[in-house]
Write a protein that binds this ligand. Structure first.
Ligand SMILES: Nc1ncnc2c1ncn2[C@@H]1O[C@H](COP(=O)(O)OP(=O)(O)O)[C@@H](O)[C@H]1O
Ligand SMILES: [Mg+2]
Length: 325
C-alpha cells in the first residue's frame, strides 16, 4: 500500500489542491432526514479510497450527489479539480461510476452493451470495448447475453463499462455486494490493478474487512457525518492495541501488570498472556512491560505488539460516539 499524507481533519484549501474528490459542507436531506450531513471529504489522487459506514449511513446518497443524480442542499464539491455542478461536462467525461447494481440490456451480449455505451461517447471509446472486456477478465463471455451472467460477471461488466471512458476516477457503490469470496477477491484485484495504473477508485462499503484489505485511505461515515478520515495507518495509530506475551509465569505477570498505572487489561490464555492497552498508549509502554516482567524475575520468551484491526477501531469509535450522543 502506498502511504498518503493528508490532514485527518480536512480544511478547505481551494483549487490549488489537486484532489480527485473534494467536498466541503456537503449536505442533503430527505424531509427531516439528513442523509449527508456537512461532509468534508478529501480524496487523494491515485489511491483506493473507502467510504465506509453501516447501511443507511448516507453512502449512496453522497455518491448520487457527487454524480449529479440528485442535488445537494448545501456545500461545494469538485471532481478531478473541476468544480461541479459548474463543470459537470469536463469532470464526468473522466469519471466512471456504478451506483447500486450495474444496469444493462439483458437481451444484448456484454460486448453489445459496451458498444451501445461507446457509441454515445467520443470516437476513441469504440476502440476500448475489447480491451475493457479483457481488462476485467470477461472476454471469454463477451458474446453471451447478459441475462445469463452471474452477479460477479455483471459487476465485472459494470467495471468494463466504466473503463470505456478511460476514467481517471472510478466511483463504485458497494462493489462487493452480492459477490462470493472468489468474486470479492477478483473485484479487489481489479480495483488494485486500476489504482496501479494511476486511477483513483472511490468505493463505498459497509464491509470493514474489505475496505481494510482494499483501500489505502478511508472516511468513516455514520448517520450522514464523516466521523474520521485518513490513511488506514493514520487511523490505527491512535487506536487501542494488544501485547501478547509468552513467559514463565503468566498469572504472576498479570498480577504484577495490574499494579501498574497503564490501564492494562490482562487475560491469561493457554498460549500466554494477552494485554489489552487503551487508546493513546505509546510504544514505550511495551518496553516498560518487558522491563517490569524481567525485573520481577519472570522469563519473557516472546513479546508481540498486535495492532487493532480497522474493525475493532471502527467499533471502538462508534461505541464511543454512542456513549456521548
Ligand atoms: N430517495 C430517497 N428518499 C427519501 N429518503 C432517502 C432516499 N434515499 C435515501 N434516503 C434515506 O437517506 C438515508 C441514507 O440512505 P443511503 O444513502 O441509501 O445510505 P447507504 O447507502 O449508506 O446505505 C437513509 O435513511 C435512507 O432511508
Ligand atoms: Mg447504499
Amino acid at each position: 500500500m502506498s502511504t498518503i499524507e493528508f490532514p485527518s481533519t480536512p480544511t478547505w484549501t481551494g483549487a490549488e489542491q489537486d484532489w480527485a474528490v473534494e467536498t466541503h459542507g456537503l449536505t442533503k436531506s430527505f424531509g427531516g432526514n439528513v442523509a449527508v450531513n456537512g461532509v468534508d471529504l478529501l480524496v487523494p489522487r491515485g489511491c483506493a479510497f473507502g467510504y465506509l459506514g453501516p447501511n443507511g449511513a448516507g453512502k449512496t446518497t453522497l455518491i448520487r450527489v457527487l454524480l449529479g443524480l440528485t442535488h445537494a442542499d448545501a456545500g461545494t464539491m469538485s471532481l478531478l479539480g473541476y468544480p461541479v455542478p459548474h463543470h459537470w461536462d469536463l469532470a464526468l467525461a473522466r469519471v466512471g461510476a456504478i451506483v447500486d447494481e450495474p444496469r444493462f440490456h439483458d437481451h444484448l451480449t456484454g460486448r453489445q452493451n459496451l458498444q451501445v455505451l461507446a457509441a454515445a461517447r467520443e470516437p476513441a471509446a469504440r476502440d476500448r470495448v475489447g480491451p475493457s472486456l479483457e481488462r476485467v477478465g470477461m472476454l471469454h463471455r463477451a458474446d453471451d447475453r447478459v441475462a445469463k451472467y452471474s452477479m460477479g460477471m455483471r459487476q465485472r461488466l459494470g467495471v468494463a463499462a466504466c473503463l470505456i471512458g478511460d476514467p481517471q476516477l472510478l466511483i463504485l457503490d458497494e462493489p462487493m455486494n452480492g459477490l462470493d469470496p472468489a468474486g470479492m477477491q477478483d473485484m479487489r484485484d481489479m480495483i488494485l490493478g486500476l489504482v496501479a495504473e494511476g486511477r483513483t477508485v472511490v468505493l463505498s462499503s459497509h464491509l470493514l474487512d474489505e475496505v481494510e484489505r482494499t483501500c489505502d485511505a478511508v472516511a468513516i461515515v455514520d448517520r450522514g457525518r464523516v466521523i474520521r478520515q485518513g490513511t488506514i495507518s493514520q487511523l490505527l495509530a491512535g487506536s487501542a492495541f494488544t501485547v501478547e506475551v509468552e513467559c514463565s509465569d503468566p498469572e504472576g505477570a498479570a498480577q504484577r501488570l495490574a499494579s501498574l498505572p497503564i490501564g492494562a487489561s490482562c487475560t491469561v490464555e493457554s498460549s500466554g498472556l494477552s494485554i489489552a492497552l487503551p487508546t493513546g498508549t505509546g510504544r514505550d509502554v511495551v518496553a516498560e512491560i518487558n522491563r517490569v516482567l524481567v525485573d520481577s524475575g519472570i522469563s519473557v520468551y516472546r513479546l508481540q505488539h498486535v495492532q487493532a484491526s480497522l474493525e475493532s477501531w471502527f467499533l471502538e469509535v462508534t461505541s464511543r460516539l454512542g456513549e456521548t450522543s
